[in-house]
Design a protein around this ligand. Sequence first.
Ligand SMILES: Cc1cc2nc3c(=O)[nH]c(=O)nc-3n(C[C@H](O)[C@H](O)[C@H](O)COP(=O)(O)O)c2cc1C
Length: 168
Amino acid sequence: MKIGLFYSFNTKNTQKAAKVIIDTIGDKVELVPVNVEEATHDDFNQFDNYILGVPTWWDGELPNYWDEFIPTVEDDSFKGKTFAIFGAGDQQAYPDNFVDAIGIMAEFFSNRGGKIIGAVPNKGYSFDNSAALDGDHFVGLPLDFENQAKQNKPRIEAWVKQILKEFE
Ligand SMILES: Cc1cc2nc3c(=O)[nH]c(=O)nc-3n(C[C@H](O)[C@H](O)[C@H](O)COP(=O)(O)O)c2cc1C
């Protein structure tokens, strides 16, 4: 299986999480890291399976580089393609917009026919509102480097196992 791992290579925390994903994924998968800051339309569309790293910035919004990239693919269909999304956020400083960007991305790709996998229970997080919630699950994996740094590695390892099953 081939998976495109899209994130910004210039981030601090997303990059750390991506490294754990790369170390965990195993040799049955051809994981192709792509810097979303330099990705073209064709770089993105060559895959059927995606892992997207999307931290939340600006009180519930996408960071600039994702915001600039998204229009490149807004007229595409992602029917038959599968997306797993992880995202850094800070549940104490931004309790009303915790990891909103995961929800924004999930909605964008599911509106264009994509299948979203990698949902995790909201148990163990403490916040007031999140656009990434669907009932009592997040539609991707939230990572909080400011408040729950120690949990990131085990959370990522469990999530990678989960999505590898769900990609199949
Ligand atoms: C200006 C600013 C705005 C932020 N807004 C949010 C937010 O709305 N929701 C959230 O969960 N985290 C928010 N954060 C926290 C970041 O998502 C968090 O620090 C994350 O780990 C950054 O990841 P990165 O280093 O990969 O960019 C914000 C951080 C900054 C500096």
